[in-house]
Design a protein. Sequence first.
Length: 248
Amino acid sequence: MKPEKHAKQLSRFLKYILGIAPDEFGLYLDSDGWCKIKTVLQVLSEEDGWKHVRIGNIREIFILINDHGLEQNDNLIRAYDRSQLPGTENPKKFPKILFTHVRRRAYSHVHKKGVSPIGGNENVIMTSDEKLALKIGKRLDNEPVKLTVNIDKLIDRTGTILQYGEKIFITPFIPSECFHGPPLPDERKNEFKGKKTSKTEKSSVEPHEKFGSFFPNLEEDISKKELRKKKAKKDISWKKERRNKRRR
């Protein structure tokens, strides 16, 4: 494909992402419609037919195409026509649960302190679509940790949840009591130890307690052995005396 044709097709797709349906791709644009080029490249890498796109391909749009419909400012990009962009609004109906992801190395902190926006964003992004939530999470971490957000609790605690388009919900903060995720590594160890202890306790039960078998008392056995030894010594001394008398 010629560079000009490829640049035209890419510009059309970017205008759709940045000017019509960013929420479809898990994007929440700032109030002026800007998005980081790095994030746009991550979105393109998730889409069939666009995984090959690099920063150089985006630069070619501004060089080769006159009517590209895009605007660039340093590391940011946006669509000229933003009239069809979704706005943030109070949802008429909430889903029961939403999903978000956090970096794995930050999970222990998040587990205690709650989820705050990162990367210069003002809001935490959530979605009811698990697959889309994972895509968004993988833009932060190759193995992000999934959190399931309880909407009723979140509304009671913060009262601030807005919807952006059809798929994105935003909130400035998610308190720790409003979501659940996998156990922390320490909790897993304690859980494992608990299971191991219970098995040990079971195995520590004596067989005769389980099945009614009889086991002799060791102390009694020892005392009987000592008595036998003493008796044997007496027998030996008696025999020696008898031999001595015969010799005389």
